[in-house]
Design a protein around this ligand. Structure first.
Ligand code: ADP
Ligand code: MG
Length: 725
């Protein structure tokens, strides 16, 4: 154990440093804080972790009026000398027995009274002659004929302190208010944090590179780490209290920058390690390959598609393994881009793995790929959960023997021991459904394969940096020609019949419709029951002359396939479904989507759903059925959505409204957890930190300081660092 308390001291060791902190308290605190910040082992919870537990608000108690200056209803700290302290029993009207503890105190200008209920131990605290500061809301009592306060926050002044500048913790200053941490309330946390800050000396200020600390054109000089920690807990500059409350002070920036810097440095490092894991042989693109690619193309590519294909091919032909994220709004045509990359890889003698998040999507990719590649000698296989064990085994064997060139599958592809003879390209569709770790797991299967990740949800820039900071990014910012925005409307139940009429009309014109029911995780069974009942009712009562189909996540794979096949073939007119159709489904003939209980979905999710229509040439419609009694805020969100066709704009709003974790819809999304930084509020700091991190990484990858930062990042963001090979 070191002699001095430092930021890295374990909370469990606190009893050795601070008087009044027992072993049990330290253990309880470490356990509570650990679970709040996602550290599994309490032994790993440090002093720094506690100091990064920020207050959620502040109270300005800095003003110390004298007794004669008090006004009724005023919240203030008042310094008095205790003259009388007594407790006595009181019986309430209900016959309950309470103890009232009462203090009378004076300053040079007048007398006050303070009282507490049922806290007899306060007698030890408020001994006559002691000087105390009381904080609370003061009222004038005509009975006591003085100002009085009930249950005030209090602090006894240390006799040795200078009379004029008492060093108080809870009163006479701007004080932090914390959310309860297990049994630890604000007052206990405040004392402890104050004492820790006082006990810390020589806190090294090396969490950031100099260029970020000393200021620059974009950035004023920042406070030191220790000064920043003091300021975010016990702000001195109370005139800036608003910016501190909003966590927009320079002190907050100092701490957020450090988090962002460490994370982005870790991501840079992960990228570099992946590249160093092996130079790969660059693929070649010959005229024959170009010709083959042209032949398989079902349509003319958009300029945006051509551009991203060029970016991808340049990675494929390079000697560093590709790590690329392909973003593009729903329906922008990511699949054919993937197809082009696959052709290059297979022609160069490599195997390709294409992964999708659901079996339905795997089936769909399978159908498109077998159709598009029917004129080639490529050997395709689909590996899904639906296969018999013996069939799976056969496919695995074929992969290991290089008897299969392209395999399409779900997570099953990376589970178990799928081995590839010569895996050269991995394409992951609709990435936000896969955790970062899975991405890494798959990488371990091949020799530094090229990796292309395609996302469903357009991701705001700051979020993309935090999630995919180790990837290059390509964006398809153009929709295929002839697409018209999906006409979106919010409708109430009164107009339900007209909505159904409209569906009949569209189906009569040869088109198809989806009716989507929300899926609430906890009651999947109930939802399925609701969707099943709805489908039966719609078939019998509403659309007796049409064919109504049902699709939900609880059906067996074969059943799902059968329904999807029929829908694709136009044999089902109206598909009643849960959110299993959310991602990736492509049936261009479907032109109407009705969404029930749209208020239960996030906007990004609604956008994905809406993306299932408007994929063909026909004008398409999305109707959001607002339930009776919907809240005005929810309605406002739906209206915003209805008026906004752009997925990126929707994603930004969704992120601002719901926060990143909710928006991605997964806790295991691999998103790092920040204590101070916020991806929306501090997006600019993130950009700055990232630039600095990559500069450091390029210029001094092996410096001891860099290695030290990486070690810290490893402790702070185990997810981001996870599974480096
Ligand atoms: P997403 O990017 O959402 O995965 P898809 O790859 O499923 O989109 O493509 C959406 C639809 O647009 C598909 O029906 C696809 O065949 C079609 N498509 C893609 N690119 C073009 C293009 N350049 N011209 C015409 N249709 C296209
Ligand atoms: Mg897709």
């Amino acid at each position: 154990m070191s002699a001095h308390l430092s930021l890295t001291t374990a909370l469990l060791e606190l009893p050795a440093y601070l008087r009044g902190i027992g072993v049990t308290t330290a253990e309880k605190l470490a356990a509570e804080l650990g679970s709040a910040i996602g550290k599994v082992s309490p032994a790993e919870v440090t002093v720094e972790d506690l100091l990064l537990y920020l207050p959620f608000r502040y109270e300005d108690r800095s003003h110390l009026p004298q007794v004669c200056d008090l006004r009724p209803g005023q919240s203030a700290s008042v310094l008095v000398e205790v003259s009388l302290a007594s407790s006595y029993p009181i019986r309430t009207r209900q016959g309950k027995q309470l103890t009232l503890f009462e203090v009378i105190g004076w300053d040079s200008t007048g007398r006050i009274r303070a009282c507490w209920w049922n806290q007899p131990y306060l007698r030890q605290v408020f001994q006559p002659g002691r000087r105390v500061v009381l904080y609370g809301e003061w009222e004038f009592s005509s009975r006591a004929r003085c100002y009085q306060v009930e249950n005030p926050d209090y602090e006894v002044l240390n006799d040795e302190t200078d009379d004029d500048v008492p060093e108080t913790i809870h009163v006479g200053r701007c004080v932090p208010v914390y959310r309860k941490l297990g049994t630890f309330r604000t007052r206990a946390l405040r004392s402890l944090i104050f004492r820790l800050l006082q006990a810390l000396h020589d806190v090294p200020d090396d969490g950031l590179p100099d260029e970020l600390r000393h200021g620059s054109r974009e950035l004023p000089p920042l406070p030191t780490k220790l000064a920043a920690l003091w300021e975010v807990h016990f702000p001195k500059a109370t005139e800036h209290l608003e910016s501190i409350q909003a966590r927009r002070s320079l002190a907050h920036a100092r701490l957020a920058l450090e988090e962002f810097f460490l994370l982005t440095l870790a991501l840079a490092n992960r990228r570099r390690q992946r590249e160093q894991a092996g130079e790969k042989a660059g693929m070649r693109v010959t005229d024959a390959i170009r010709e083959r690619a042209r032949q398989t193309l079902p349509f003319r590519l958009t300029n945006a598609q051509k551009r991203v294909i060029r970016e991808i091919v340049s990675d494929l032909t390079g000697t560093r393994p590709m790590s690329r994220l392909l973003q593009g709004d729903v329906g922008s045509g990511k699949t054919v881009v993937a197809l082009q990359a696959m052709i290059v890889a297979v022609e160069n003698g490599w195997q390709v793995a294409l992964m999708a998040p659901t079996e339905i999507l795997v089936e769909q990719h399978w159908r498109s790929m077998t159709r598009w590649l029917s004129g080639t000698p490529y050997r395709l296989a689909a590996l899904t959960g639906r296969l018999k064990p013996s069939e799976k085994k056969a496919i695995r064997q074929a992969l290991a023997n290089h008897e299969v060139d392209i395999v399409i599958g779900t997570q099953a592809l990376i589970q178990n021991d799928t081995a590839f003879a010569r895996l050269g390209l991995v394409i992951i569709d609709e990435q936000h459904r896969f955790g970062v770790l899975q991405r890494e797991q798959l990488l371990a299967r091949g020799v530094s394969p090229d990796v292309l990740v395609m996302t469903a949800t357009p991701i705001p820039r700051s979020l993309a940096m935090a999630l995919y900071g180790d990837l290059d990014v390509s964006v398809i910012d153009e929709l295929p020609p002839g697409r018209k925005p999906v006409v979106t409307a919010v409708r109430t139940n009164e107009r339900r019949d007209r909505v159904y009429d409209f569906i009949r009309q569209e189906c009569a014109a040869g088109r198809q419709a989806y009716i989507v029911y929300p899926l609430v995780e906890e009651s999947e069974k109930l939802d399925v029951a609701a969707a099943t009942a709805a489908a039966a009712q719609l078939q019998q009562e509403v659309f007796p002359t049409l064919v109504v189909g049902l699709l939900h996540g609880r059906m067996k794979s074969e059943e799902k396939d059968a329904v999807m096949q029929k829908f694709v073939a136009g044999e089902i007119h109206v598909l009643v479904t849960t959110t299993v159709v959310e991602v990736g489904i492509d049936v261009p003939n479907a032109s109407v989507m009705v969404i029930e209980h749209p208020e239960r979905f996030g906007l990004a999710q609604l956008h994905q759903l809406r993306g299932r229509v408007g994929r063909g040439a026909a004008k398409s419609y999305c109707v959001l059925m607002a339930p009776d009694g919907i809240s005005p805020e929810a309605l406002e969100r739906l209206n915003f959505f209805a008026q906004t066709p752009d997925g990126f704009a929707i994603a930004e709003k969704d992120l601002a409204w719901r926060g990143p974790g909710e928006m991605l819809g997964l806790r295991q999304s691999g998103l790092p957890v920040f204590r101070v930084g916020d991806l929306i509020r501090d997006a600019d700091w993130l950009t700055l930190a990232r630039e600095a991190a990559w500069r450091v990484w390029r210029e001094q990858p092996n410096a001891p300081q860099t290695q030290h930062w990486l070690a810290r990042a490893q402790r702070m963001f185990p997810m981001a660092m996870g599974g480096v090979h």
